[in-house]
Design a protein around this ligand. Structure first.
Ligand code: PGA
Length: 310
């Protein structure tokens, strides 16, 4: 009788070992993996030794204090993710058959979406209290680095990458506006020419930010050179810097979500603004979305607008 192909591995390695291996590969440390899994370090080392015996090749190598995956380790990491994902999906599909939406939602969003995403997650978790959420907030460039690594279920971004590998759908308008202090000489003026902004100091987001990309495109297309006074890595820091009179900037209108538009900053009426981006939600094409991720995706598409209004 023909034997199933994986019979050797089924006999010699366990899911628990794969889970431990995944934690070490993710965290880059046996100690941190042991802590995360509430195990002692000798247990972790012993399980990895057994896993290496089962696979027949070393999985990690240590250079100085740093641990690296070997070639076999990298192959195993990719397959381990698929196996653990499949198990997570199985758990969720069973929960779904039982009429429950439970499980983990791993969401990664660009920094500008941090004003919107917690609100959406709050409403979603009210509807599905059994859902646990891991939210990663980072800039556009780092988010795009995470995507091929299959670290998250869904991604929220202002302008999707031009790649066939990902599927993105727009769900909400994301207007980028020019912000200045209320006392600014241009405040209250109508139809300001974009070139006028070059007379004032400008505060720019850091390299790798999608907002910065939009600003650079807008002004370079019009041959306008901005007077950049400083670069800051967060929308909040930029709002404070504007308020302190250090310059003007362009940010998503959603960054005013908490204080509203009657706060200490004002939106300048500059021709060509707002730059109309769309919030898009997406995922890796090859990804089998979990029931929870699919439900959240639908939730954003149908409720995104109304969440932002409340
Ligand atoms: P970021 O976000 O400026 O935080 O990178 C912009 C975006 O992609 O919407």
């Amino acid at each position: 009788m023909e034997k199933p192909v994986a019979v050797h591995l089924l006999r010699h390695i366990s899911l628990r070992q794969l889970q431990i291996f995944d934690a070490i590969a993710r965290l880059g440390s046996f100690t941190r993996a042991a802590e995360e899994m509430f195990l002692t370090q000798p247990t972790v080392s012993m399980q990895i030794k057994k896993l290496e015996d089962g696979i027949g090749l070393p999985l990690f190598e240590q250079i100085g204090k740093q641990i690296y995956l070997t070639g076999a380790g990298k192959v195993l990491q990719e397959h381990t993710r698929q196996i653990l994902d499949a198990l997570a999906n199985l758990e969720m599909e069973i929960a779904d058959l039982q009429g429950l939406k439970t499980g983990m939602l791993r969401l990664a969003v660009v920094t500008t979406a941090k004003y919107f995403a917690p609100r959406a997650l709050g409403k979603f978790c009210e509807l599905y209290p059994g859902v646990d959420v891991a939210l990663k907030v980072t800039n556009r460039e780092r988010l795009l680095e995470r995507m091929p690594q299959n670290l998250d279920d869904l991604y929220i971004i202002g302008r999707p990458p031009e790649s066939e590998e990902f599927i993105f759908e727009p769900y909400l308008a994301n207007p980028l506006v020019v912000l200045a202090p209320r006392t600014h000489p241009l405040a209250g003026q109508r139809d300001i020419e974009p070139a006028k902004l070059a007379d004032y100091y400008f505060i720019m987001r850091e390299a790798g930010s999608g907002t910065r990309m939009a600003v650079e495109d807008f002004f370079s297309q019009r041959g306008i050179k901005l007077k950049i006074r400083m670069e800051l890595g967060s929308n909040e820091a930029i709002k404070h810097a504007i308020d302190a009179g250090l310059g003007i900037s362009v940010l998503s209108r959603h960054t005013l979500a908490l204080e509203g538009e009657d706060g200490r900053l004002t939106i300048l009426d500059v021709k060509g603004f707002p730059i109309l981006w769309q919030w898009c939600v997406g995922y890796n094409k090859g990804k089998r979305l979990s029931v929870v991720a699919k439900t959240f995706l639908e939730f954003l598409k149908t409720q995104g607008e109304s969440i932002m209004r409340t």
